[in-house]
Design a protein around this ligand. Structure first.
Ligand SMILES: Cc1ncc(COP(=O)(O)O)c(C=O)c1O
Length: 552
């Protein structure tokens, strides 16, 4: 009896093991004859080969605010048993979650730096995911690490235009770093300032370098109390994150005033440098950052003048061209980035104007040896002399984004990317003209690249201000509130989406201006669409204006 029971139990354990094995096999080999397979196959074909149509028909139709939706996502238990096969779960995702995602590919979605990407990017992303290469080390990436070095050298050459001999020497050199792929512009900026910090507080006379001994020891060794980074007040907040992470202190990332064109004011910069020096001989300028396309206004700092100031003062010059870097590929507009080659380091985002899928950033270095201060090795991987890319980069395991950029450059050619840049800039200029034509619209920052900001500014408010200057404060508050409301109402129920931000002008009577912001980063966005978007804003404005007249 006991023996029979034991045998029965053994059989059921074996059966269970076989079932488990079968389950794992089906998971890893794919469920090609499971329920839902043919339906999913159609969806995947659409995603890969008819992306615009897939997005148009599936994304952004779900109704409900994020607050309402959050109620659907509160269960925190993981079920013990598989709920459905992978085909069915992916179909569920397409039916139940995708409709609530934001259709950033819509040509009416003109508010952010995230927009449509070409379908070939998605095909490449799928291949990169299938290959699952890990570029941290050659043993898990092989040729992909070589492609990465090559593509980094191509963009380095675009920025710095060094000699053929220079690139022949460095393109596959295992001991030098022309640049690194990162998760985005934030990590690229952090890496650039990391390199700058380690170069400033390098090993010397019994000091092993800041990388080994830390900031406090570094400051002691160099007789420093404070390291400072200067950047225009429109600098991206990732630089402050870098200040925190690198131990310099986010408060030592100091904003410099901008001029009426939203570019760093060179006189204010020079004055700030003098102030820092005269305040204490123990202050040290770690870096000055020029912006190649600010996040809020798309304007470009005077990079050449800034580069010269950095050279005179022996300061690391970083250019944050996360947004504008690809303008270098436009024969017509590359001049806007004149002086970028003076930078010691440059940030460029792949997922912005290289139109790569999320997420991909890059940082480039003028000195191919600068990252040697931050090289790390481990015995099981990234061994000495291995050429593993993880030795000198902030990231560890990393996907093969270089495969995507490598192919994208071949598909688009410099000219293709140039056309995208030109479309953005020229459409933004036409839109600026349209805004200036409308009496109740006021252009705040004209486009230098493909971003502009404006306000809806009731024409008669100008007259009220002339007659009753005491109403100035209420007028400015009204304008800010009107613009805030228009943006919110359009986002919630309109056809278009623009973003809003607050621009600060220290010299204006009311320092904070709420502005609407349009980013043109989709070649399908044209003037007809943009007119519809601002017509809609005008309608909202007319419907809400009476409510704001009561307090005047
Ligand atoms: C100028 C600039 N720098 C850095 C960043 C940060 O990039 P990411 O969001 O890719 O980390 C951005 C993002 O918008 C940016 O506009």
């Amino acid at each position: 009896m006991i023996i029979a029971e034991r045998k029965e139990r053994q059989v059921s354990i074996l059966e269970a093991a076989e079932n488990n094995q079968e389950f794992l096999r089906s998971i890893f080999m794919g469920c090609s004859n499971g329920t839902g397979h043919s339906k999913l196959q159609k969806y995947i074909e659409q995603v890969l080969f008819e992306t615009p149509s897939f997005l148009k028909h599936h994304v952004g139709f779900g109704k409900g605010s994020v607050k309402e939706l959050s109620g659907k996502f509160t269960n925190t238990l993981i079920r013990r048993q598989s709920e459905k096969n992978s085909n069915e779960v992916i179909i569920d995702l397409i039916n139940n979650i995708v409709p609530y995602a934001v259709n950033v590919a819509s040509p009416y979605f003109v508010g952010h730096m995230t927009s449509a990407i070409p379908p070939f990017m998605i095909q490449l992303k799928a291949i990169a995911a299938a290959l699952n290469q890990n570029v941290v080390k050659l043993e898990t990436s092989g040729v992909v690490s070589l492609v990465e070095k090559q593509v980094l050298a191509k963009i380095h050459r675009l920025i710095y235009r060094r000699t053929q001999d220079f690139y022949d020497h460095h393109v596959q050199n295992q001991d030098t770093t022309l640049g690194c792929f990162t998760e985005g512009g934030t990590v690229a900026n952090i890496t650039a300032l990391w390199a700058a910090r380690d170069a400033l507080l390098a090993p010397r006379d019994g000091f092993g370098g800041v990388e080994k001994e830390g900031v406090e020891a570094g400051y002691r060794a160099y007789g420093i109390d404070r390291c400072i980074v200067l950047v225009s007040r429109l600098g991206h907040y990732s630089l402050r994150k870098a200040g925190g992470i690198l131990g310099i202190g986010s408060e030592n990332i100091i904003p410099v005033e901008v001029d009426e064109n939203s570019r760093i004011n060179i006189h204010s910069l020079a004055k700030k440098i003098e102030e820092i020096k005269s305040e204490s001989s123990r202050n040290r300028l770690l870096a000055i950052v020029g912006i190649g396309g600010t996040t809020e206004t798309g304007t470009i700092d005077p990079l050449k003048e800034m580069g010269e100031i950095c050279a005179e003062n022996g300061v690391h010059f970083h250019v944050d061209a996360a947004w504008g870097g690809p303008a270098l590929l436009s024969e017509k507009y590359s001049y806007l980035l004149e002086g970028i080659d003076l930078a010691d380091s440059v940030t460029i985002d792949g997922h912005k104007q290289f139109y790569m899928p999320m997420s991909s950033g890059m940082v480039y270095f003028k000195d191919p040896y600068i990252m040697n201060n931050v090289s790390y090795r481990a015995n099981y991987i990234i061994r000495d002399g291995s050429g593993d890319l993880g030795i000198r980069s902030a990231s560890g395991s990393r996907e093969a984004n270089s495969l995507i950029l490598h192919s994208a450059l071949r598909i688009m050619g410099a000219r293709g990317y140039g056309l995208l840049v030109e479309h953005g800039i020229e459409t933004a200029r036409q839109l600026a003209e349209e805004i200036m034509r409308r009496p109740d619209f006021h252009l705040v920052t004209p486009p230098e690249l493909n971003i502009l900001t404006y306000q809806i500014y009731p024409e008669h408010y100008g007259r009220i201000l002339e007659d009753s200057p005491d109403k100035e404060e209420i007028i400015y508050q009204n304008i800010n509130e009107i613009n805030r409301t228009i943006q919110r109402q359009q986002r919630e129920c309109g056809i278009g989406f623009v973003s809003r931000t607050v621009l600060v002008n220290k010299n204006a009577p009311y320092r904070e201006k709420v502005v609407l912001r349009i980013v043109i980063a989709n070649p399908m966005t044209n003037m007809d669409i943009l007119k519809e978007v601002i017509d809609e804003q005008e309608q909202i404005y007319k419907s809400i204006l009476p409510g704001y007249e009561l307090n005047l």
